[in-house]
Structures are given as C-alpha cells and as structure tokens.
Design a protein. Structure first.
Length: 304
C-alpha cells in the first residue's frame, strides 16, 4: 500500500507526473487527488467524504473557504468524479447530491467507528447524582450548532451541566465562563474521549449540516442517547425516537424538551442500548472493510 501525504491537496496537479508503482492494482483516493491518477491504466476508486457542492453544505462555508472550494478544489473534484471507475460516498444524502450533480451512480459505504474502543464502560458509574450531564464535541461554529449551547444553559439552569470538548480550529468563546453550568475543555487527546463519554449522560449534536454524523455514532457506540437537530448526516446515522431525540433545525425549545425528557434514567438506558445495537448492526469496521473489498473485486474483475 502506498500513501500520499495530505499536503498534496495544495499541489495535486503535480501528482499527474507521479509514477504509479508497478505492483499497484488499484488506486483509491479522495475526490481532490484522484484526478491525477484516473485514466492511467489502473482502476481508480474515489471516496467522497464531504461533497463541497452539496446544496446543504454550501451556505455554511465562510467567504475564504468558499473561494478556495470554488476556484481551487471544485475543478479537481469534478474531474475526479467524472473519470473515476467507481465513486463511493460515506452517506446516502451525499451520494444523492453527487448523482444529481454529475449524473453518475454512487455506491454508499458508511464510515464506521471502532466499536471495541467506543463502547460502554462496564461497571463505570459516574460520580454523584446532580444535574444531567450533556456533552458537546466539535468546533464552536454556528455550522456545528455551538451557538445554541449558551442559550440552552440559560434555559435549563441547574437542571444540566453542558460539557464542551473543542476541535482543532477555534477556541470556545471566553464569555461562556459566565455560565456556571458550562464546562469547557478546548481539546483533548483522542485516547481520553472514551473517558469523557463515560462521564456524561447524553450527547448533544446540534449540527446544522453533516456529511456523516461521527460524533453521533461515537455516542451510540458508547451506549449514550443523542439529542440534536434532525438534519442530514445526524438523521442518517441515528434512528429518531429510538437512539436519538431529534428536533427540527433551530428548534431550541425542542432541544430543551428533549434534554428534560432524558433526565429519566430508564429512558436513557433504553435509548443507549438501542444506540449500541444500531452501531453494531450498521456501522462496524468489518462491514465497511468487507464492502470495500467487494467493490475492489468488482472493479478488478472488470479489467480487460
């Protein structure tokens, strides 16, 4: 297996001169890189994780990000998707957007998590009764729905503690410290996430768009119910009413109502078990790897 580093995204055209090693049977790349290898006699598979022309994603791009996507990335993405032997998407709604855009069939192979790592911690009991502990994981952007956190904290007061784990891009607003029921960790090592999931009661996923709901899936795999907006990505991963309580986008009152409903430990336990079962039945590594190996066999079997 041969890899190209992520920084090649900024000079993908130069990869067209890169020599494909003679022992390579198939090229599998993102839509940003694949155009450099497609049409060179080796079957090419593209996996699209975040389709930059998805109509539900485009409103959430910043101005500079929009320029970079439209001027730099979009021509490469289009060329890759049009020339690939097979196209894979990590979710159905992203596949639908690609098919509508380029008029080619797209195979859906969902992302997965390691369900042996993200699992309920047997025998772990979080300390104290206290307020309901709600976890938010992600960058503090409006796209990710972070703006609803201080509103919810004010609405719910002593009923909840909202624990926030940040991403890599931005820090949480400094004025959040005035909310006594918000606890902020700007970022944590990946190996600590299981400990953090085990210390909370439910996971808040108020993202307004998601290609694939990774945080929701991690929560379900850990046996935690999900609360969030009923939007693409999150809705595809979760089963609303069974593993999650999802409300219409920007329905903050609905989020507050869902949080209050999950103060019931029996409901949390029931939904948590259902979430774990859904993760094990729909989003495992074995399923994903098996689907890709089957696709590789299909592509290679069609070679002249």
């Amino acid at each position: 297996m041969h890899w190209f580093a992520h920084q090649w995204e900024f000079a993908t055209w130069s990869l067209r001169a890169a020599r494909i090693p003679p022992d390579v049977d198939i090229v599998h790349a993102s839509s940003v890189l694949a155009h450099a290898f497609a049409g060179r006699g080796i079957p090419c598979v593209v996996t699209e994780h975040q389709f930059i022309r998805h109509p539900e994603f485009m409103p959430w791009r910043g101005r500079l990000q929009s320029l970079y996507h439209d001027i730099v990335l979009a021509p490469m993405v289009t060329r890759s998707l049009r020339r690939a032997d097979r196209i894979v998407s990590v979710s159905r709604h992203v596949a639908d957007a690609i098919e509508a855009d380029i008029r080619r069939p797209v195979r859906v192979i969902h992302n997965w998590v390691d369900t042996q790592v993200f699992r309920p911690r047997e025998g772990f009991v979080r300390d104290g009764d206290g307020p309901l502990r709600v976890l938010f994981v992600g960058n503090p952007s409006r796209w990710k729905g972070a703006d609803v956190i201080p509103v919810l904290s004010s609405m719910l007061g002593d009923e909840v503690e909202v624990h926030c784990v940040g991403g890599l891009r931005r820090a949480f607003p400094s004025d959040w410290v005035r909310h006594k029921n918000i606890r902020v960790l700007q970022s944590v090592p990946p190996e600590r996430m299981l400990e953090i999931y085990a210390s909370v009661d439910t996971v808040l996923v108020p993202t307004r768009y998601e290609a694939f709901g990774f945080v929701a899936l991690e929560a379900m795999s850990c046996g935690l119910p999900v609360i969030g907006f009923d939007t693409t990505g999150t809705a595809e991963v979760c089963a609303n009413g069974e593993t999650a309580l999802l409300v219409p986008r920007d329905d903050i009152d609905g989020l507050a109502k869902s949080i209050r409903a999950l103060a019931d430990p029996d409901l949390r336990a029931t939904m948590g078990r259902a979430g774990r079962e859904r993760a094990l039945s729909c989003f495992t590594e074995d399923q994903g790897v098996s689907a890709y190996l089957s696709l590789y066999g299909e592509v290679l079997g069609g070679r002249a």
